[in-house]
Design a protein around this ligand. Structure first.
Ligand SMILES: Nc1ncnc2c1ncn2[C@@H]1O[C@H](COP(=O)(O)OP(=O)(O)OP(=O)(O)O)[C@@H](O)[C@H]1O
Ligand SMILES: [Mg+2]
Length: 199
């Protein structure tokens, strides 16, 4: 579980987040929405330990001894722009972050529908395929937590739905920040940020 307690965040003197309290249960799938500039990326960065809040704390249900290890082993990150390495194939990009065998990597790529992209470079495949490649890289080590920031930001609606279908099926605690209302199911748990607070 993730427990955010009294999170307040300032950039310079501007208060972006104001006393946010939030509990996210194990294996929950949560959508974080709100207008542009409402603080979604900031909150996601704080929840995912990339950014320390000005005030408050985030806990994961147990004491974390080494934050770098925790982040590397337990957290998967997915961003709007894929951040795959341009001069490595999709398979090589994933091999960079895992000790798993090629067989296991190819198995995951097959599940994500991009096995045929394994030996291709990021620029040789479509935006939707690239994003599935970055999802593969984020989930190959079975992280307990996944944070996705606008993972469908530059995709068409068919690819966006496909990405959300994939995310919903992953067995982990997942928080997705998106402004794309077309991908949100009525059954999804939604958290809405407005004026620095949850509503
Ligand atoms: N590093 C930073 N330094 C100063 N101000 C920042 C920084 N990052 C974000 N901000 C400001 O904080 C506010 C919240 O930004 P944030 O990126 O969290 O919003 P967002 O909801 O993710 O927006 P979007 O939907 O456009 O991605 C905005 O007013 C933004 O200009
Ligand atoms: Mg953002």
């Amino acid at each position: 579980m993730i427990h955010a307690k009294n999170i307040t965040h300032f950039y310079s003197k501007e208060k972006i987040l104001n006393d946010i309290n939030l509990e996210i249960n194990k294996d929950e799938f949560v959508i974080l929405t709100g207008e542009s500039g409402s603080g979604k990326t900031t909150l996601l960065s704080i929840l995912s330990t990339l950014l320390s809040p000005s005030v408050g704390e985030v806990s994961f249900g147990k004491q974390i001894k080494n934050l770098d290890n925790f982040r590397n082993q337990k957290i998967g990150f997915i961003f709007q722009f894929h951040y795959l390495i341009a001069h490595l194939s999709i398979l090589e990009n994933i091999k960079m972050v895992t000790k798993k065998s090629n067989f296991e990597i190819l198995d995951l790529l097959e599940k994500l529908g991009i096995k045929e992209c394994a030996s291709k470079y990021p620029h040789q495949i479509s935006g939707g395929q690239r994003q599935r490649g970055s999802i593969a890289r984020a989930i190959i080590n079975n992280p307990r937590y996944i944070f996705a920031d606008e993972p469908t930001g530059n995709l068409d609606s068919k690819n966006s739905h496909n990405i959300f279908e994939i995310l919903r099926e992953i067995n982990a605690t997942i928080i997705v920040a998106t402004h794309d209302k077309s991908v949100i199911f009525p059954s999804d748990r939604k958290i809405v940020l407005k004026d620095g607070a949850l509503c």
